[in-house]
Design a protein around this ligand. Structure first.
Ligand SMILES: [Zn+2]
Length: 384
């Protein structure tokens, strides 16, 4: 059983996060020489088989960063329909004749029902023009596309969850990133959760992954061979951290890992990538000496959990008017904020020893349908 304890849904307000330590601990991190990027395209992918890290659940079972601070519980309904291809099939959200306000999901007879159950009951995408609606932590997607279970250099894990749907921009991103990662010696991507067929809040595992623009990718390379269905359901990801520590495990973390994370971030469609703070720390130590190559580094956001997978969030697809999160703070983010995260992680490491009688993670709180953007009602009710 996982000892993962992060179930709180924080906003990614790095600058808002109050350091929890009254006195900063003089912790020594990265006690080994951190390997930087693999620059040989012919190098073999890292082999994690000898990892000392104990396995734990992954691919979405960890709690995720929410962007609720910027979400607004009801997305700008009137704006959503003005997307380039958003008019056909979508009814504009109506205005209340008395208040003049745009109708929202509170007027739906199911307003108090749990949107987690309603959205997870839909096994196929809504047959509507593709539209990413709302925010990553309060939204949905119409006309989502299914990611192939096997592609050139990727394999989808946990297919039984049916969470491999996303916006076309996400599918394109995965395809391009898988190729770039392969070029730096990462045989194939092991893909965790994207979104449910219509997005929306999931019954387990994530606060975000709701509007088609989020994906979890394991922090270990997949094999060349096609994994069996059984392997995809049963294999577990391993942490890149030492047990009970905030430090990267030198027996696990390699130059290929560094190159893999850098390649993930080197795409202008990426809004942010959540990683365990030690990963950001390691990559900060590898940045180019003149400091000019930091655009990709800025996208890496230290966050709790994320020691056995990275979580990639793409920007709002252009012209769809989903709710964009504020960009990360200016700069490469290698300074004080990161140190605060390192200290926090040292006190509460995500990769913990298992303890007998451990209390399982609490079930997620219900997510009333009334919180959703009005257009998500149409997505919910559309024909497959
Ligand atoms: Zn995630």
């Amino acid at each position: 059983m996982s000892s993962h304890s992060f179930q709180n849904h924080h906003s990614d307000g790095g600058s808002n996060w109050a350091p929890i330590l009254p006195t900063v601990l003089a912790l020594t991190f990265l006690s080994f020489v951190t390997p930087c990027f693999a620059d040989s395209t012919s190098s073999e992918p890292a082999n994690n088989a000898a990892s000392s890290a104990s396995s734990k659940k992954v691919g979405g079972t960890a709690a995720h960063a929410s962007d609720s601070a910027n979400a607004g519980s009801n997305a700008n309904a009137s704006g959503i329909n003005s997307g380039a291809d958003g008019s056909a099939g979508f009814q504009p959200a109506s205005k209340d004749s008395n208040s003049g306000k745009t109708a929202d999901a509170t007027s739906d007879p199911r307003a108090n029902e749990d949107a987690r159950k309603l959205f997870s009951s839909k096994k196929r995408p809504a047959s509507l023009p593709t539209l990413s609606i709302g925010s990553a932590s309060c939204g949905c997607i119409a006309g989502a596309k299914k990611l192939a279970l096997n592609g050139p250099y990727w394999q989808v894990m946990r297919p039984s969850r049916n969470r491999y749907y996303g916006h076309p921009s996400m599918l394109t991103y995965i395809e391009k990133f898988a190729k770039r990662a392969h070029d730096v010696g990462w045989e194939s991507l092991l893909i965790g959760d994207l979104n449910m067929p219509r997005g929306g809040p999931m019954p387990t595992g994530h606060a975000s992954h709701q509007r088609g623009t989020d994906v979890d990718i394991w922090l270990q390379p997949g094999p060349k061979k096609i994994l069996s269905t059984n392997d995809r359901e049963k294999l577990e990801a391993s942490s890149v951290l030492k047990l009970d520590s905030a430090e990267l495990d030198p027996k696990v973390w390699t130059a290929q890992h560094a190159a893999f994370v850098k390649a993930a971030a080197q795409d202008d469609n990426v809004a942010r990538i959540f990683v365990t703070p030690s990963i950001k720390k390691a990559l900060c130590s590898c940045k180019s000496a003149d400091g000019s190559d930091t655009a990709w580094l800025r996208r890496l956001r230290p966050w709790e959990g994320h020691d056995d997978h990275i979580h990639v969030r793409l920007i709002c697809p252009p012209a769809e008017k989903c709710v964009e999160q504020e960009p990360p703070p200016e700069g490469d983010g290698c300074g004080e904020e990161l140190d605060d995260w390192m200290n926090k992680t040292a006190l509460d490491p995500p990769h913990k020893s298992a303890h007998p009688g451990e209390v399982p993670d609490e079930p997620m709180k219900p997510f009333p349908l009334s919180k959703m953007p009005a257009e998500c009602i149409q997505v919910l009710d559309a024909k497959p």
